[in-house]
Design a protein. Structure first.
Length: 490
């Protein structure tokens, strides 16, 4: 244990010996939020404030210190003359950076014009046994500390706190938007006997009461569609999904999605819903629908104002690479896969290969401004309805912003016989080694056999949307507690 921690433990012990509780149950007065005082200060008024000590500056018989309360800072001062010898000595002997205190005193402005509380009384609320790792207002630089001990990063950096305020406000405004559109917020199970709704490897668990292996959900989709079958016309859910996949700047195995399903809608309706949602929520959260996002070494302005660009996946290839991928023979497509080191588990499939190539050489490089990419190859979309004009395509779109896929949506497949045949195709891929292929969900097919109306569905990645709003290009910066390798202790 460090000498600094030992010294603080010694202070704790001395306080207890003096009959002073270093962790009292509550304040001995009433605290006004710092934000309210700073917003409408009344000079000379007597105020009470509680917060964390984040800065101490000693000048002989005068001590200035900073308190932070719920992200807002105010300066306080203690002097032997104004505060009294007892208060001055208590602070000088027992208070350290990181401690929580309650102070009462009078508001005034210093000669430098800073709003300050002249302290008259003080109560220690919680003795911190460890010192903050950096000065308040600075970022925790060590990524190991930053992600493993996120509370320190938020505690010391207003900029980091702002990112999470954006995140939590975004989720709140998405809910409000969907409610106003007439959607009902529902719940679906996280533990499922058959996972599905996406191409992903699941996390497994074991239910002892049932003596059966179950899975953490990889998507909200199939249970939400059951609500449509049941007669709800508009449903949505905001929840966690779990995919046993890569951890990188765009992926965390535990992530947050919003999925919605609307009866009597198709993917064209959902495109309009999506662009309105992204723009409206941006204005509610940020006050603007123009954001700055880092792309490479540049900070690029992105307009989230509708309408977003719409382009088919084949036209996007032609527009940005000059390659007519639709006309390429399979051997040429395989050459592209090899060039970009892309492997297809379960064997070659033309549709899946084209989608993989698109993401690698078109989406990430060129789709910075909001773009709906539409009409994917049918074999890449086993839960989507075949295109009404071309059966080799699916009525599916992905929304790209900042080179990232933010949303995936379909005109939902509601033909149970066709869905069963697509599941059989997926099962064949699983037998060939594709562990991300969709398992056959007999119960879902049976639900479709009772009838599901024409439906439009949307899956929106909230973590990535917050990345765009906050202007950060790593998902670890917007997930409060990202998944990292467990710490090894000697």
């Amino acid at each position: 244990m460090s000498s600094e921690v030992d010294a603080r433990r010694d202070i704790r012990r001395k306080l207890i010996e003096l009959g002073l509780n270093p962790y009292p149950h509550t304040l001995k007065g009433r605290a006004t939020p710092v934000r309210d005082i700073v917003k409408s200060p009344t000079l000379g008024s007597n105020v009470g404030v509680a917060g964390r000590v984040v800065g101490i500056r000693r000048h002989g018989g005068l001590i200035f210190f900073d308190l932070v309360d719920d992200g807002h800072r105010i300066q306080c001062s203690i002097s032997r003359g104004d505060s009294g010898q007892e208060v001055f000595e208590f602070f000088d002997k027992f208070i350290n950076l990181g401690d929580f205190v309650y102070v009462t005193g009078f508001l005034y402005y210093t000669k430098k014009g800073e709003l300050t509380i002249s302290v008259r009384d003080m109560q220690l609320l919680a003795k911190a046994l460890r010192s903050p790792p950096v000065k308040w207002g600075h970022r925790v630089l060590d990524p190991e500390v930053r992600y493993r001990k996120r509370y320190l990063d938020i505690m010391m950096s207003p900029q980091v706190r702002r990112i999470f305020e954006i995140r939590f406000k975004t989720i709140e405004e998405i809910r409000k938007f969907m409610w106003e559109k007439g959607y009902i917020e529902v719940e679906t199970p996280i533990l499922q006997p058959i996972y599905g709704g996406a191409a992903a490897r699941p996390f497994k668990t074991y239910v002892w009461a049932l003596e059966a292996e179950w899975y953490l959900r990889i998507s909200l989709e199939l249970y939400l569609k059951r609500f449509i079958v049941a007669g709800f016309n508009k449903v949505f859910e905001i929840g966690k999904n779990f995919r046993n996949e890569d951890i990188d700047v765009e992926h965390n195995p535990e992530f947050t999605m919003m999925e919605s399903y609307e009866a009597y809608a198709d993917y064209n309706d959902i495109m309009r819903l999506t662009e309105e949602l992204v723009s409206t929520v941006a204005r509610k959260v940020l006050g603007t629908d123009v954001v700055e996002y880092p792309v490479g070494k540049d900070l690029v302005k992105i307009s989230l104002s509708p309408p977003f660009k719409r382009v088919t996946i084949y036209d996007a290839f032609r527009e940005f690479t000059g390659v007519d991928v639709e006309a390429l023979p399979d051997e040429k497509i395989k050459e592209y896969l090899e060039r970009y080191s892309i492997k297809l588990a379960g064997g070659y499939d033309r549709g899946r290969a084209i989608v993989k190539l698109f993401d690698r050489i078109v989406g990430r490089e060129h789709l910075i401004q909001p773009t709906f990419v539409t009409d994917f190859p049918r074999s890449s979309s086993p839960l989507a309805k075949p295109h009404r004009n071309r059966l080799d395509l699916a009525e599916r779109f992905e929304l790209y912003v900042g080179g990232m896929e933010l949303a995936n949506a379909y005109t939902e497949l509601n033909d149970p016989e066709l869905q069963a045949s697509y599941f059989r195709e997926e099962e064949e891929r699983r037998l060939m080694g594709d562990m991300e292929a969709h398992p056959f969900d007999w119960d879902f097919v049976e639900a479709l056999e009772y009838g599901m109306p024409p439906t439009g569905g949307l899956g929106l990645g909230i973590d990535r949307l917050v990345m765009i709003y906050a202007g950060v290009n790593s998902i670890k910066e917007v997930v409060p507690f990202p998944m990292i390798k467990p710490r090894e202790f000697d």
